[in-house]
Design a protein around this ligand. Structure first.
Ligand code: NAD
Length: 482
């Protein structure tokens, strides 16, 4: 059993001042596999001081050199891929194939921002055509400064890549706090920083929970930029902390995303996309499409297919290649989803008949549940459950589907399944969501921005917007030469 009692600060392993430790568990075996320090606010002071010292040197480095370091992170992750897949799968409980996809996504993200970094210097001083006679205006971009990055447990190494890669590309230095629930795979990033010779203090990693480290990091006046992914409750606290000092903040929060199936949809494709939308990662996805809006003519057929598909899922050891459904990440998450199922029962909602599959005797498993005709006032319809639970309703036409889809406090993602491509595109144009997939699985390639409207967050990660989030823009206007 490993013990993560040391942070990574200024390219050195530094013992936490905290005496409080937390168990890191294997959610399949329900046994502790490591211990991690809860962290201490004084540790945050040291990490932020290191990041501040490193900032001038890192921002002055050519963006090409920064890009080379980011490429080296991608290479080093690739070299550790098999080991990290296994570690991530054990720590998070996700099936091996899903953990492998995480590594693919993380590596692609570092490579993408290595490219973005290389292009950055060439864009400095671009002329902006203003039409002002006798004047010329130029555009420059500077790093925001020290970035405090906080991530959740559901996509280890991916959520962190979406922040660390653009932050380093922009010339920011980093204090990163991974989730205390899945610290094991993220620890590799500190080892990689040492291995590739990243300058001291450019990347610092603090272990711990919100009380030990998170609150202090968000409140620290030496942190210029906060980027947080996680729950809405904590996201609001982070935003309030950022308000002190009027600091730059990006938030990636929850969702309750819809999947719309029109009358002309291919029912086989619809069943495949609906199942993946609420069962991938055992439903622990901010982008889970957990509200199904299906045309009334197709509903019985689709539900019969879904029940059959659920019965075919293979819950089991995440490291067994046959497994297609892993456990939830821990007891707390298990209890949270069970509480929603109790609410469903109290509300008189009955899951469809065949959605109870046999589960292993241990592990934080939840059998996927589908509830039909869920009232739009139900908590299950409106709140993020973060487990394999689908709420369904039938609709009479596309207008009703769009109205119900948009009737949510969230606006992260959506899927449209339609026979006619033009019809899918028309619906997509009317949806309040940051990403809409039409007749396609959920993808988040690094070149596309990711983020939500309404309570799903503020700002976008990935793509050019993901880099802009770590840059300040400066326009300089001066008399033209002639
Ligand atoms: P969480 O909000 O409890 O924790 C997220 C991170 O914040 C963890 O690292 C945690 O230690 C830290 N934290 C906790 N309290 C803090 C505080 N007061 N100040 C600063 N940091 C604090 O979320 P979680 O349970 O880890 O993750 C699940 C949630 O994350 C879900 O609600 C999900 O929707 C959301 N999520 C959103 C996205 C997205 O892209 N929009 C992606 C993944 C997860």
């Amino acid at each position: 059993m490993s013990t993560l009692t040391h942070h990574f600060i200024d390219n050195a392993w530094v013992a936490s001042r905290a005496t409080r430790c937390l168990n890191v568990i294997d959610p399949y075996r329900e046994t502790p596999i490591a211990e991690v320090t809860a962290g201490d606010p004084a540790d945050v002071d040291d990490a932020v001081a290191a990041a501040r010292r490193a900032l001038p040197g890192w921002r002055e480095l050519s963006s090409k050199r920064r890009g080379a370091f980011i490429d080296a992170i991608a290479e080093a992750l690739e070299a550790r891929r098999a080991a990290l897949v296994e570690l991530s799968s054990r720590n998070n409980g996700k099936p091996r194939a899903e953990a492998d996809q995480d590594l693919v996504d993380a590596i692609a993200c570092y490579r993408y921002y290595a490219g973005q970094a290389r292009a950055l210097d060439a864009r400095q001083g671009e002329t902006v055509d203003t039409g002002e006679a006798g004047l010329v205006s130029r555009r420059y971009q500077d790093p925001v400064g020290v970035a405090g990055l906080i991530t959740p447990w559901n996509f280890p190494l991916v959520s962190s890549a979406w922040k660390i890669a653009p932050a380093l590309a922009a010339g920011c230095t980093v204090v990163f706090k991974p989730s205390e629930v899945t610290p094991l795979p993220e620890q590799a990033l500190a080892e990689i920083a040492l291995e590739i010779g990243l300058p001291s203090g450019v990347f610092n990693l603090l272990h711990g929970d919100g009380r030990g480290v998170g609150e202090a990091l968000t409140a620290h006046p030496g942190v210029d930029k906060l980027s947080f992914t996680g729950s809405n409750a904590v996201g609001e606290a982070v935003m309030a902390a950022a308000a002190r000092g009027t600091r730059n903040v990006s938030l990636e929060l929850g969702g309750k995303s819809p999947i719309l199936v029109t009358a002309d949809a291919d029912p086989e494709l619809a069943a495949e996309l609906v199942l993946a939308g609420f069962c991938y990662n055992a439903g622990q996805m901010c982008s889970a499409t957990s509200r199904l809006l299906v045309h009334e003519s197709l509903a019985d057929d689709l539900h019969a297919r879904l029940d059959a598909a659920i019965a075919d899922l293979v819950p089991g050891d995440p490291l067994d290649d046959a497994t297609t459904l892993g456990p939830l990440v821990n007891a707390a998450q298990h209890q949270r989803v069970e509480a929603y199922l109790a609410t469903a029962e109290a509300e008189g909602l009955v899951p469809t008949a065949r959605s109870r599959i046999a589960l292993p005797e241990h592990g934080h498993f939840i059998a996927p549940r589908i509830f039909r005709d869920v009232p739009t006032t139900s908590r299950l319809w409106r709140e993020e459950i973060f487990g394999p639970v689908l709420c369904a309703r039938t609709v009479r036409d596309d207008d009703e589907a769009v109205t119900l889809a948009n009737d949510s406090s969230f606006g992260l993602a959506a899927t449209v399944v339609a026979g006619d491509k033009g019809r899918a595109a028309d619906i997509a144009a009317r949806l309040q969501a940051g990403n809409v997939w039409c007749n396609a699985h959920q993808v988040a390639p690094p070149a596309l921005g990711w983020g939500g409207m309404k309570a799903s967050g503020i700002g976008r990660e990935l793509g050019r917007e993901g880099l802009e989030a770590y840059l300040e823009t400066r326009y300089v206007t001066l008399p033209s030469a002639d």
